[in-house]
Design a binder for this molecule. Structure first.
Ligand code: SF4
Ligand code: FES
Length: 306
């Protein structure tokens, strides 16, 4: 999701109408309820909901925890777009011309009450792709004594996908997820790729074989709405394409993981690096001796007196 950074400097309309899609599981009834909320500059959708709950209607139910875009629990639909309530400023979604903020529970999730949805199926699918490092040496994995060695390039292969906070916004925006209950969804598939791409994972074939049978991965028709709403720029649509290509190549025997991270002693127990031979410190055309003797731009004495 591209953040509207300018919104942080804008002043929202003085008063906004917060329209909430409510649901009562005891009676099975669903209705829109409207609250007028006085705003302030920097007010988020979550702040507005908290104000409604504190001052107007304590029966209103919604979920949140960290208030800083980290826990992923405050996801809802704001003016028809899945967003994090704590990361969305009122000024981003309401204007003087249209001072209305419509809030609904996440699409494609079962509603428990008002804005709170059931994540049981979501986490079931997440668990199904085995979102953890699998090694043949189970004892070392469970009670590690050593470390896995990984280069920065290898880390870069999956780092972006490890930023997922499991907020479910991508699944709420996915048209395939809406129509096919067997589709694992962008979040779970992204995590599957995150571990397939991780060189520390040794049993990646197990995960690929599972995905080949389950999850209808080839049903994704690249609407890319998942990536458009992701608050952490994870790009689930890109991960699914990469996973799909890996799986296809694997099926026709064109893909093998070329490097599996080795276990190495922890940093403090490793042998210190051997000193470089004197000739290795000579850089052609540069007199290192001169550089060492070069006076600092600001004399140290001056630094000490200021
Ligand atoms: S991929 Fe993005 S939108 Fe989907 S669950 Fe993870 S953080 Fe949320
Ligand atoms: S409250 Fe944690 S992400 Fe919004």
């Amino acid at each position: 999701m591209v953040f509207d950074l300018k919104a942080a400097t804008r002043t929202p309309p003085k008063v906004v109408k917060v329209r909430v899609r409510r649901y009562n599981p005891e009676t099975g009834s669903s209705w829109w309820q409207e609250y007028e909320v006085e705003t302030y500059r920097g007010m988020t959708v979550l702040d507005a909901l908290l104000r409604v709950k504190a001052e107007r209607d304590h029966s209103l139910v919604f979920r949140y925890s960290c208030r800083m875009g980290v826990c992923g629990s405050c996801g809802l639909v704001v003016n028809r777009r899945p967003r994090l309530a704590c990361q969305t400023q009122i000024a981003e979604v309401a204007s003087e011309g249209r001072p209305v903020v419509e809030l609904e529970p996440l699409y494609n999730f079962r509603v428990l009450r008002d804005l709170v949805t059931d994540f049981t199926e979501f986490f079931g699918k997440h668990r199904a792709v085995k979102p953890y490092i699998m090694r043949r040496d189970v004892r070392e994995r469970e009670e590690p004594t050593l470390e896995y060695s990984q280069t920065l390039d290898e880390l870069a292969e999956y780092y972006e996908y490890s930023l997922c906070i499991s907020c479910g916004l991508c699944d709420a925006a996915c048209p395939v997820y809406a129509s096919d209950p067997n589709f694992l969804g962008p979040q779970a598939l992204t995590q599957a790729y995150r571990y397939v791409a991780d060189t520390r994972d040794e049993l990646w074939e197990e995960r690929l074989r599972f995905l080949d049978v389950e999850g209808s991965i080839f049903k994704c028709h690249f609407a890319a709405s998942c990536s458009a709403v992701c608050p952490k720029m994870v790009d689930p649509a890109g991960a699914i394409q990469r996973l799909r290509s890996t799986l296809l190549k694997y099926k026709i025997r064109l893909y093998r993981k070329t490097r599996i991270a080795k276990v190495v002693p922890p940093m403090e127990k490793r042998e210190p690096p051997k000193p470089l031979p004197p000739e290795a410190t000579l850089v052609e055309g540069v007199d290192l001796k001169l550089i060492e003797e070069e006076k600092p731009v600001i004399p140290v004495e001056k630094l000490l007196t200021t």
